[in-house]
Write a protein that binds this ligand. Structure first.
Ligand SMILES: [Zn+2]
Length: 206
């Protein structure tokens, strides 16, 4: 979790190659930056595919890469690569950016309390992609975050998170810039929670 005092400082930190980023603003006083992170198997799989493609290029130069052969090699090598990765400190579970924010909520509140001496009343979340939904291909799975069970997808997790605990007394606005995969975009106004596309004309500082 990265913490900054202005959106201008926080927003550039949101961009990180290969991950979805999120900036949480509490009353415009403190800004918290989170990123998605891949699971250990996803990291192993991506690295292995790149290595197989590189191996092919080194051996065969520009001759076209044969997907079927590459896939066969991948199936052969994946169990070994996975075993090696299991001996490292890479977390077996991945996290979507929204899940990382939910998981660190108590730390966030403690930090805000040091600044303002009270609980936050208003949160604005700036995502580069729409929260995943059950109709997406790979929504975040149902899992426990900070010892609380949450349902499948970040959309459902955010609904549960914002409508329970000390978040319930707060006003939550979640803005995203782009559609995620091909799931329809979200536009929700429910109790204390709004989820919507960042209105056109609001230029985000970069
Ligand atoms: Zn998600």
């Amino acid at each position: 979790m990265l913490v900054r005092n202005t959106l201008i400082e926080a927003l550039p930190l949101r961009a990180k190659s290969g991950s979805v980023g999120l900036v949480l603003s509490l009353e415009g006083a403190r800004y918290y930056v989170f990123h998605s992170r891949q699971s250990r198997d996803q990291i192993v799989s991506n690295n292995l595919q790149k290595k197989i493609a590189l191996h092919h290029e080194l051996l065969h130069g520009n001759t076209p890469y044969n997907d079927a052969q590459g896939q066969k090699k991948y199936q052969e090598l994946f169990p070994f690569a996975r075993d090696i990765a299991a001996q490292t400190y890479i977390d077996p579970e991945g996290r979507h950016a929204e899940e990382s924010m939910i998981e660190d909520w108590n730390k966030i509140v403690q930090d805000f309390y040091l600044v303002r001496g009270r609980l936050p009343r208003k949160a604005d979340v700036f995502l580069n992609f729409c929260p995943c939904q059950t109709r997406n291909r790979n929504p975040s799975p149902a899992r426990a975050l900070d010892n609380i069970n949450y349902p499948i997808s970040c959309h459902e997790k955010l609904k549960q998170f914002c409508l329970t605990g000390n978040r319930l007394k707060m006003k939550w606005s979640i803005y995203y810039e782009q559609q995620f995969q091909d799931a329809p975009i979200l536009n929700i106004n429910f109790c204390n929670l709004k989820v919507m596309r960042l209105p056109p004309g609001i230029a985000m500082p970069v």
